[in-house]
Design a protein around this ligand. Structure first.
Ligand code: SF4
Length: 135
């Protein structure tokens, strides 16, 4: 059964946390789909969504004679519990966010704050806010 847009959004955080939990080694997308009981079509939609937000990178690799992707977190926070507070997971404008869009991870104040806080390991429990647009 194909997941709808809301279900895809729900699973996005789970996929991201699983990728993060595999640390620097990353995870084969086929293993991830199996672990989370996703079809490769839905899993790929989620992976592309996370890649578009610059949260993960997909690396094409040859595995047992077949081309597939390995997924890596772009940056690994010191404390994985901070992922729960990643602003993209609750962002009200996520559907409008892309590298070329008015809202973009490259200019987003929320993602920047979150990364800094994650690396400083000094998170506070902030409520989801609306990010600023590109200047
Ligand atoms: S605007 Fe910022 S918080 Fe929202 S999805 Fe884009 S990068 Fe994430």
């Amino acid at each position: 059964m194909k997941l709808n847009e809301a279900q895809i959004e729900d699973i996005t955080g789970k996929v991201f946390r699983t990728i993060i939990s595999n640390g620097k080694d990353g995870i084969l997308q086929s293993e991830l789909w199996k672990e989370l009981d996703l079809t490769s079509r839905d899993g790929s939609r989620v992976a592309i969504r996370l890649e578009k937000r610059s949260l993960i990178r997909r690396e094409k690799i040859l595995e047992s004679g077949r081309w597939t992707y390995k997924l890596f977190a772009v940056k690994l926070p010191v404390d994985t519990t901070s992922i729960e507070q990643a602003p993209c997971l609750t962002c009200p404008v996520e559907h409008m966010c892309s590298l070329e869009g008015s809202y973009s991870p490259t200019s987003c104040n929320l993602i920047e704050d979150w990364l800094i806080n994650s690396f400083d390991n000094s998170n506070s429990n902030k409520k989801p806010q609306k990010p600023s647009t590109k200047k």
